[in-house]
Design a protein around this ligand. Structure first.
Ligand code: SF4
Length: 433
């Protein structure tokens, strides 16, 4: 439903409403008509006399049928609706081929720079002394620019979940910024301010820092170090070949474990590097509806599981992340099918851990998702402002997800650690006892 159709209808229905009140009503009507496939007139009959309070209460009840009666009113987030067509995601399938490649002066002789020159001969190459003037003002055009640089600061850090949610002792190394997939919920859409793909050429320096670092091991037997916070760990591995350095490094340090986190099936580098018991390759998994409709350009579940079986045969262990779990009509049956496919396909003894987390996002990201993916369904659920300023499903709905999915996973994979990720400690306690 075009936004101006809604605005025109509401101006007739509620003439004289102030700007802020009209914004709230417009958003509610937009979200409900989009979710339910209604016109504004079907939702909001003109025969009835409406004022702001009666209209807002009526719409909140419709928009939040599960939580309206129990959630405080200030937990319903109703910002101005801004749908900028220029920001819309380009969902045309295409290979990754940057138009412009910037190479930082200090790494122009690096192996990575040489490989990129050979792989993208049609690109325009430019030398740069930093990150300024690199990239597009529009996130949707980020894949047009590639920057090969020397990472100077952001080598290694504790996982941010340790601050307010239940920490899992995870440590992150930052092997790049930007991704060529288009997951509708991806936080990079709102977080990445340099709209390009950044790949560091100095991975050896990252690895050298690991030998002198002190790690928190959390509830696991060994400290876990992972990549994949600001990019998918393997999506660019055929270009970067980071796996060729990382796997032998960790194979020689069995007191640590390293995790690649991916949705890709770019596993040739891993297969060439040979396996390592303390290197875990983790796939994000989801229901087939979500992988098909909200994770654009990613391989489907069966392809991911097939790749997982191959790397397990090569000697790696496996991890899986049900993240983000998204609530919709029939979600339980769909997620149960995913668990069943995993149980039927995977070598159980190779699975090191499985995490579960429900969809959460910042307020800014909500606006980015709705403008980039106007047909998304992932925002149709009931998200409330939560303890840390993020938007989440209400506690009762998250508990419903975990009470369904965690026992199912523990039954299917009794030898595997199943844990909640980025969750409120009270929720973790309620699930784990
Ligand atoms: S795979 Fe990860 S980094 Fe890439 S778009 Fe999806 S959520 Fe973002």
């Amino acid at each position: 439903m075009p936004l101006n159709t809604i605005e025109t209808y509401l101006q007739q229905l509620l003439p004289g409403l102030g700007v802020n009140k009209m914004r709230e009503i417009t958003r509610l009507v937009y979200e409900i008509t989009k979710r339910d496939g209604l016109t504004p007139a079907q939702l909001f009959p003109a025969e009835k006399k409406w004022n702001f309070e009666s209209a807002k209460t009526f719409l909140l009840k419709k928009r939040y049928p599960v939580n309206f009666a129990t959630a405080a009113r200030n937990r319903f987030y109703l910002p101005k609706l801004e749908l900028d067509p220029a920001q819309r995601a380009d969902l045309t399938p295409r290979p990754f081929y940057p138009k412009t490649v910037y190479i930082e002066d200090s790494v122009q002789e690096s192996e990575l720079a040489a490989r990129v020159r050979a792989l993208f001969p049609q690109a325009q190459f430019k030398l740069t002394d930093g990150k300024t003037h690199v990239g597009s003002p529009n996130f949707s055009k980020r894949l047009e620019t590639l920057l090969i640089h020397r990472e100077k600061y952001d080598f290694l850090k504790p996982c941010p979940c340790s601050c307010a949610a239940a920490g899992c002792g995870y440590n992150l190394i930052n092997l790049g910024f930007g991704c060529r997939f288009e997951c509708e919920y991806c936080f990079l859409q709102q977080y990445q301010n340099l709209h390009a793909v950044l790949l560091p050429a100095n991975v050896d320096e990252f690895l050298a820092k690991i030998d002198t670092a002190h790690f928190n091991k959390g509830p696991f037997d060994r400290p876990r170090i992972g990549s994949g916070e600001f990019t998918d760990s393997l999506v660019f591995d055929s270009i970067t070949q980071y796996s060729q350095k990382i796997v032998p490094f960790f194979r020689a340090r069995p007191h640590l474990q390293f995790e690649f986190k991916t949705k890709s099936v770019c596993i040739d580098g891993l297969l060439n590097a040979g396996g390592a018991e303390n290197v875990v390759v983790s796939w994000s998994v989801n229901s087939s509806k979500i992988t098909g409709e909200a994770e654009h350009f990613t391989p489907d579940l069966s392809e991911r599981l097939h790749a997982a079986c191959q790397v397990a045969r090569a000697g790696y262990r496996l991890g899986f992340h049900f993240d983000p779990v998204i609530i919709y009509n029939g979600y339980q049956a769909d997620y149960a099918r995913t668990v069943q496919e995993m149980a039927d396909t995977l070598p159980h003894e190779k699975i090191a851990w499985i995490s579960v987390g429900t969809l959460r996002f910042s307020r800014e990201l909500k606006k980015m998702i709705e403008t980039r993916f106007v047909n998304n369904t992932i925002l149709d659920g009931e998200f409330l402002l939560d303890f840390d300023g993020k938007m989440r499903y209400a506690d009762a709905q998250r508990l419903e997800v975990y009470r369904f999915l965690v026992p199912l996973l523990r039954k299917a994979f009794p030898e595997t650690v199943v844990y909640l990720c980025m969750e409120d400690p009270q929720i973790v306690k309620a699930i784990n006892g």
